[in-house]
Design a protein around this ligand. Structure first.
Ligand code: PEP
Ligand code: CO
Length: 447
């Protein structure tokens, strides 16, 4: 789709999957009109700097760490929750930066991840059939007709929740909360407490030594490079009226940017070549992610790259593979080979979550730490053997001590899932499990 003919409303000419059945069109229109006048949440200059960093990731000179809730909930937008998620992302980033010897680009699934695609439009419980819960920006999870009826006004709430989340993230990242020394002190605490402590200890100590060395030669803790950090935001661009309302023209370049977040991605269920999501995102200048599941057609992926990145610019397109620990070994190599043969510029990122979901004996939707790690390991090894670049990881995780995924150093078992199972959608790695993933990747990329 040539950008010259693109406009932000043209997606309406294409089929849009996974959209709620909004009642009362008048309310939707009023909400969208109101959102269109509200200030952008992020600005084009920030988005451009993320694009540059992702271009470095495509070349293997940086690494993308993207993570956060499967679905954010309005009731969970609290200072402690935001702080804990940020804290873990920063801790992981320090470990990965040290081990990989390259900058880590931090992108949260945060400040706008309020809408979910669902495998079925409606849900039946005990003979009662209601619309599925589609995220807090659409309806409420409670199983009543009233709660499940989509309400466009929730998009305004979502905008406000995103704004207050972003405000606190900016304060934390600018204000010294994420200083290198503090983050490393948290890592040392983690290493001391983990049952796997001994195997993480060596790396932890080496990072501390590196920091002491910098201090010794006079790189002060007050230096902004040490004392400040940047966290970009991202979410699935699912609700197209919302995304359109926040899409603005940059006064400097004249280009269009979706200013609801720095990076947007297209989900596995909405990436149809002739669909509205692809049509919409083809014209905004943000970096775009696309989820690719195990049953993809390689030609479709190629076409997606052509449509979404016609100029083949590095940093524009991130392909987030979510293939499953059992299928990745077979499915990833031919995809990488073909994209490499075509010379396509891509940040390859691994989502080891979405194709590893199963139902535990306790009835909870879960994922096992070992499957997650095994998909990540296979992702790296396949890229190395194909001569392509493993550019990032995409995780569902939280800074809280939840029990949603099994395994990890504390070996959470099925019977324990109920004790702190809080997710409103998919199971997340808890803080410890997330850090373990970072330490395990670190060991892998160092050797
Ligand atoms: C998600 O990231 O929460 C999601 C729904 O992923 P996918 O589109 O890959 O299934
Ligand atoms: Co999810």
């Amino acid at each position: 789709m040539p950008t010259t003919t693109w406009n932000k409303a043209q997606w309406k000419n294409f089929p849009a999957h996974q959209q709620p059945n909004w009642p009362e069109p008048g309310v939707l229109e009023r909400v969208i009109a109101e959102l269109s006048l509200l200030p952008p949440l992020v600005f084009a200059g920030e988005i451009r700097s993320l694009s540059e960093m992702l271009a470095a990731a495509a070349r293997g000179e940086a690494f993308l760490l993207q993570g956060g809730d499967c679905s954010e909930s309005f009731s969970q937008v609290t200072a402690p929750n935001i702080r804990e998620t940020l804290k873990v992302l920063l801790q992981m980033a320090v470990v990965l930066t040290y081990a990989g010897g390259k900058p880590v680009v931090k992108v949260g699934r945060i400040a706008g991840q309020f809408a979910k695609p669902r495998s079925s439009d409606r849900e039946t419980i005990d003979g009662v059939n209601l619309p599925s819960y589609r995220g807090d920006m659409v309806n409420r999870a409670e199983f009543t007709q009233e709660a499940r009826t989509p309400n466009p006004k929730f998009m305004l709430r979502g905008y406000n929740m995103a704004a207050s989340t972003l405000n606190l993230l900016r304060a934390f990242t600018r204000g010294g909360f994420g200083s290198l020394q503090r983050v490393q002190a948290w890592n040392q605490e983690f290493v001391a407490q983990s049952p796997m402590g001994r195997s993480y200890d060596r790396l932890g100590k080496q990072i501390s030594q590196a920091i002491r060395f910098m201090e010794t030669i006079g790189i002060s803790a007050e230096n902004p490079q040490i004392n400040q950090t940047v966290l970009f935001t991202s979410h699935e661009a699912l609700l197209l009226p919302y995304e359109e309302a926040l899409t603005r023209q940059d006064h400097i370049t004249g280009d269009w940017y979706d200013c609801s977040a720095h990076m947007l991605w297209i989900g596995e269920r909405t990436r149809q070549l002739d669909g509205a999501h692809v049509a919409f995102l083809s014209g905004v200048h943000n970096p775009i992610g696309v989820k690719i599941g195990p049953d993809h057609d390689i030609d479709d992926v190629k076409r997606l790259a052509e449509i979404l990145n016609p100029e083949n610019r590095a940093g524009r397109l991130t392909i987030i593979t979510r293939l499953g620990s059992k299928r990745i070994e077979k499915v990833l190599p031919p995809l990488l080979r073909e994209m490499k043969r075509e010379g396509l510029q891509i940040v390859w990122s691994c989502d080891p979550m979405h194709a590893n979901t199963y139902t535990a004996t306790s009835g909870h939707k879960t994922r096992s730490f070992n499957d997650i790690l095994s998909e990540i390991t296979c992702f790296f090894e396949t890229h190395w053997s194909e001569g392509t670049i493993p550019g990032g990881v995409h995780l569902e995780m939280t800074g809280n001590n939840v029990t949603e995924c099994t395994g990890g150093a504390h070996n959470i078992v099925d019977e324990q899932l109920a004790s702190n199972y809080l997710t409103s959608c998919d199971p997340r790695l808890n803080a410890e499990q997330s850090l373990e993933v970072a330490f395990q990747i670190a060991e892998m990329i160092r050797s």
